[in-house]
Design a protein around this ligand. Structure first.
Ligand code: PLP
Length: 489
């Protein structure tokens, strides 16, 4: 399968590339990204044939349908990382919570958040490609919480890859910070910045765009790359669990094969939702995808009105910080798939220049055939956490945003699959506040009070963090980032 450019070709870059090239260089002409030229058509037989197969078999067969240029032994090693998840037979358990609401839990990997679903196999594949080409890569990451730990964990001690990860000192939860600063490996550098997430992100963008920095890396024979969520090497692994979750509902006799369901996704950069969209295009029976947001409700506005408007908007800090995003990168692939390259280029360049675009009525109705959206504020989210807990289900504030969309966005009584993107341990102060009213608690106290309230144990991987030695002690001003990274290399 070939990958083509979302904004058309500039006559300089290649217009059709392989999967491996799309992983190593995800940016295409005019600032666009690469999208699959076509998608495999799975057909009903595929679902039927995988009803009695495990997750890895499903994943292997799905990747085979994409015809990607990755050696089979590398794919096998990448997929075997799912064996390390909590249940080595099923990395993604699906639980019934309400009558027609099922929660698909994407957080059972090493860092307890859904980023592991894609980054775990992605890290292995990228390192294998680098080794095969005899090249060295520096992965730069800026994180407000979940991407950093997942990127460090996946690249830890992998050959031909080094990672420099920037985080805002004081701007992440205790658990998230500890997950990063206790990572002890020669190829990992974690750098705290005096500043907020925007400062970290800006510093990263400056470095990615700096020719002098690139030249200094070249002298050391190192290529620069990023593991951000526009990389198709991450998206491909995010199609699998949508199909798996559907099959789980059939296995649990909640639906019969062919029956439609709603997918309900807490969205930020739209990688998770895009995986669901591709699953539909490949033949998964889905009525609609419900897009849940927090108060940063730019996606709700887009899907309701066709207007993407960043003017006079700035990011609002919420209790679901992994969704505190205004520029949702993967929307571009939806525009491309539905409206083609020239329209996508027009819209995206307008967004870059004028900070807004407006879809036509016809375009909006195409979007609304597939997506429906609503947003959930922090207080509503807390109420959903509390209500679900009263019914015996403990969930995190990102997952909670879906419960609003579940109430407001469905017009048919179909089964709904809510995607849970983080374990309760990662956002414990918010949950403790929802359950007991306590405020300003540190993670450790919040973890203890939730554990007590729910009569469960704090998982070992989380409680151990508080005992571990701090291996990464660098905290610097943003002016010094470049020098710090160069001295690490
Ligand atoms: C990254 C993340 C999201 C948003 O996912 P997208 O694929 O970027 O839309 C939601 N919840 C959590 C906990 C996350 O880490």
């Amino acid at each position: 399968m070939k990958f083509i450019e979302t904004r058309g070709n500039d006559g300089q870059r290649p217009s059709h590339i392989n999967f491996s090239e799309a992983i190593l260089g995800p940016i295409s002409s005019f600032g666009g990204i690469y999208s699959p030229e076509s998608l495999p058509d799975l057909g009903e037989d595929f679902l039927q044939n995988h009803l009695d197969k495990d997750y890895k078999t499903l994943a292997r067969d799905l990747l085979a349908a994409f015809e990607i240029d990755i050696d089979q032994d590398v794919i096998e090693k990448a997929l075997s990382l799912y064996d390390e998840f909590d249940d080595n037979n099923n990395p993604v358990p699906v639980n019934k919570v309400y009558d027609d609401l099922y929660v698909s839990e994407l957080y059972h990997g090493p860092t307890r958040a859904f980023k592991d679903m894609a980054l775990q196999p992605f890290g292995l594949v990228l390192s294998a490609l680098a080794q095969k080409r005899n090249e060295n890569y520096l992965i730069l990451a800026a994180t407000s919480g979940d991407t950093g730990p997942a990127a460090l964990e996946t690249f830890k001690n992998r050959e031909n890859v080094q990672v420099a990860c920037l985080y805002p000192e004081g701007g992440t939860s205790d658990v998230q910070r500890l997950q990063m600063v206790t990572e002890d490996a020669k190829n990992l550098k974690v750098i705290g910045i005096h500043g907020d997430f925007d400062d970290a992100q800006k510093a990263l963008k400056q470095l990615l765009g700096s020719d002098t920095f690139k030249q200094k890396l070249q002298e050391k024979n190192i290529f620069l790359s990023a593991a951000n969520s526009v990389n198709f090497g991450r998206i491909i692994f995010q199609t699998i669990y949508h199909i798996h979750s559907y099959l789980e509902l059939v296995r649990q006799k909640a639906i019969t094969l062919g029956e439609k369901v709603y997918l309900n996704v807490p969205s930020g950069n739209f990688g998770n939702a895009l995986g669901g969209y591709y699953a539909i295009q490949m033949g998964l029976p889905v009525e609609k995808i419900l897009i849940a947001s927090n108060n940063n409700n730019i996606l709700t506005q887009l899907i309701k009105t066709g207007s993407y408007d960043l003017r006079n908007k700035s990011v609002i800090a919420t209790t679901s910080p992994a969704m505190d995003i205004l520029k949702s990168s993967n929307i571009e692939r939806i525009l491309f798939d539905l409206f083609g390259e020239s329209r996508t280029r027009e819209l995206m360049l307008q967004l870059d220049k004028e900070n807004h675009y407006q879809l036509t009525d016809e375009e909006l109705s195409e979007i609304q055939k597939i997506f429906v959206a609503d947003y959930c504020n922090d207080d509503e989210g807390k109420k959903y956490i509390k209500d679900a807990f009263a019914k015996g289900y403990l969930m995190d504030p990102h997952t909670a945003t879906c419960f609003k969309a579940y109430e407001t966005c469905r017009d048919k009584p179909l089964k709904t699959i809510v995607y849970s993107t983080a374990e309760w341990t990662k956002f414990s102060p918010v949950i403790a506040n929802a359950l007991t009213g306590e405020v300003d608690t540190h993670d450790l106290d919040a973890l203890k009070s939730i554990a007590k309230e729910a009569s469960i144990e704090i998982p070992g991987v989380i409680s151990d963090l508080f005992e571990k030695e701090i291996a990464q002690k660098t905290v610097i001003d943003k002016e010094n980032i470049e020098a710090e990274i160069l001295s690490f290399l």
